[in-house]
Design a protein around this ligand. Structure first.
Ligand code: ZN
Length: 247
């Protein structure tokens, strides 16, 4: 663990703090990642389950997979990593959390300044007319159909080959450009454009902390790499920060 006073001083001086999380933080809640050796993409074909072409070819297969993932997400609980980020939002005045996760755990933990770059597995919308559904569909043998137009309803997550929501992406680039401290947590740093964000922050002079048990392609660029799970690393950072501030 390399949490020391350098990081705490950066936090004390920071006007804006930005965080980017990936599947690694939810792994501690028992949810699978995608790109680890035991992740989803080692067992499943992402072009079948997480692309528009895959959905059009076999929508029921895709819905069943998302239904199963939703059940797992409901059964999981936010862990100390998610909860630490909620506490950081209270401790720091300009704190913005961007996540690539669609599992709703940050929201359930209580994060408010939260931006879901890849959507949310519990939201869906009509492929045809776009109307939104906050679904609690039980998927057995039918694809959910839009009440308004009869089109197929799809999960509101960003699939391969699709653009990230432009409004959220715009805010993400804005904060990456102006933050003083940037945390990249539990992300493989392989999925663009999210993976670009810490590089932008670094170019603008921000102090970058990577928290990931494993090295990533971003590691050589980080100012500080903490090779621990997010729950341990963030708990220690908060503890030391409070100690220094006497709170
Ligand atoms: Zn519709």
């Amino acid at each position: 663990m390399s949490v020391d006073i350098t990081l705490i001083n950066k936090l004390l001086a920071a006007q804006n703090i930005m965080v980017l999380t990936g599947a690694g933080i939810s792994k501690e809640s028992g949810l699978s990642t995608f790109r680890d050796s035991d992740g989803y993409w080692s067992q499943y074909d992402p072009t079948k389950l997480a692309s528009l072409d895959g959905f059009l070819a076999d929508p029921l297969l895709v819905w069943k997979w998302y239904y199963e993932r939703k059940q797992k997400a409901i059964a999981a609980n936010p862990n100390a990593g998610h909860l630490s980020l909620v506490e950081m939002e209270r401790l720091f005045k300009n704190f913005h959390l961007f996540t690539q996760n669609v599992d709703n755990l940050h929201r359930r933990a209580g994060s408010v300044n939260l931006y879901e770059l890849h959507g949310n597995i519990f939201h869906s919308h009509c492929l045809n007319c776009g109307i939104k559904y906050n679904d609690d569909f039980v998927i057995t043998d039918k694809v959910p159909i839009c009440d308004i137009c009869g089109g197929m309803i799809r999960p509101s997550v960003v699939w391969f080959g699709e653009q990230l929501p432009s409004d959220i992406l715009k805010v993400a680039f804005e904060y990456a450009n102006k933050c003083d401290v940037f945390f990249t947590i539990g992300t493989s740093s392989e999925v663009y454009p999210a993976a670009q964000l810490p590089f932008i922050a670094k170019d603008k002079g921000a102090f970058i902390i990577e928290i990931n048990p494993n090295p990533t392609s971003f590691s050589p660029t980080a100012d500080l790499s903490i090779r621990n799970p997010a729950s341990e690393a963030l708990t220690e950072i908060i503890h030391l920060y409070k100690q220094v501030r006497g709170i």
